[in-house]
Design a protein around this ligand. Structure first.
Ligand code: BV8
Ligand code: ZN
Length: 248
């Protein structure tokens, strides 16, 4: 049997969606790639130049707060200069079409919020939020991209409100995401290499609970053998195609 064409695969997904009550969209850095936000593990990704251990962990921050602050300032600057792309907007559109809908994102770039999505579980935090490691006070750094460590009035260091390697995910976000993944009819995994745990458990929980799992990625990933369908292509192109067919 010849491989079904992308259009035939999309028709199958639209069929599943037409009878779905609850839909979840799980996203990674790939959904923001077409906005101009670098991913982590692509050839031109962030981790190609830097090692996650060196930057995205608490000890690295204590050891070299200037270096880590500079890196996150650089990323916050990018995310404030880019716009959501058609993939983010298609996901925001999708939210209006189903009784129950949510996004579970690993991204910290705030682009789903800016595209208008309401129900979002942020598993790895959000770079818009920064706080003092001593008194925990939030610090608004909007428009402020320091290349050296920032101190709080209490003398503590200001850090980004993102989950570093070896840190626990925010319990409420994780628990809410698991419940959503275990109670949905269709689960999309969009633009993620699905290698970071425990976030990468989400598609597995969905599949084990009987959801139809659709992967949208430019490549096959660790998850592909688990998905019911892998739609190969850019999320900024494929997701609007699904919305267009749903609206017919
Ligand atoms: C924890 C926030 C408990 C900060 C991030 C060995 C085995 C298993 C697990 C572990 C292990 N050793 C250590 C662990 C645990 C570790 C982990 O999973 N490590 C992995 C790397 C092996 N996990 C943790 O440490 C987690 N915490 O376990 O706590 C604990 C607590 C105490 C003591 C012990 C245990 C915390 C993990 C969170 C880390 N924080 N980021 C920041 O952003 O700086 S991780 C980082 O990776 C981002 O959050 C990112 O979102 C996430 C996943 O990456 P992706 O989003 O998937 O991005 P990637 O570049 O990888 O892939 C992009 C994809 O898009 C590709 O597939 C590409 O093909 C595709 N794409 C590209 N363009 C497009 C596209 N798709 C569609 N359209 C396009 N246009
Ligand atoms: Zn403080």
């Amino acid at each position: 049997m010849s491989n079904p064409s992308l259009i035939e695969q999309i028709d199958t997904v639209v069929e599943k969606l037409s009878i779905a009550k609850s839909v979840v969209v799980f996203t990674g850095a790939g959904v923001s790639k077409e906005s101009g936000v670098p991913t982590f593990r692509d050839k031109d990704g962030l981790w190609q130049k830097l090692k996650p251990e060196e930057l995205a962990n608490f000890n690295a921050f204590l050891k070299n707060p200037d270096r880590v602050t500079e890196w996150y300032s650089h990323r916050r600057k990018i995310m404030n200069e880019v716009q959501p792309n058609p993939g983010h907007y298609a996901i925001a559109e999708m939210e209006k079409l189903f009784e129950k809908f949510c996004v579970i994102t690993q991204n910290v770039d705030n682009l789903h919020q800016r595209a208008g999505t309401k129900k979002i579980f942020e598993l790895h935090g959000n770079l818009e939020r920064n706080y003092c490691i001593k008194c925990k006070k939030l610090r608004d750094l909007k428009g402020h991209y320091s290349s050296t460590a920032i101190k709080c009035e209490c003398g503590g260091l200001i850090r980004p409100d993102v989950v570093w390697f070896g840190e626990f995910l925010p319990q409420d976000q994780y628990a809410g995401a698991v419940a959503a993944a275990e109670n949905c009819d269709v689960f999309f995994s969009v633009g993620t290499s699905a290698v970071v745990y425990p976030a990468a458990n989400m598609p597995i929980y969905a599949r084990q609970s009987g959801a139809f799992v659709v992967e949208v990625n430019v490549d096959y990933t660790e998850l592909s053998h688990y998905a019911n369908i892998t739609l190969l292509g850019k999320s900024g192109e494929i997701l609007p195609m699904i919305i267009k067919k749903l609206r017919v």
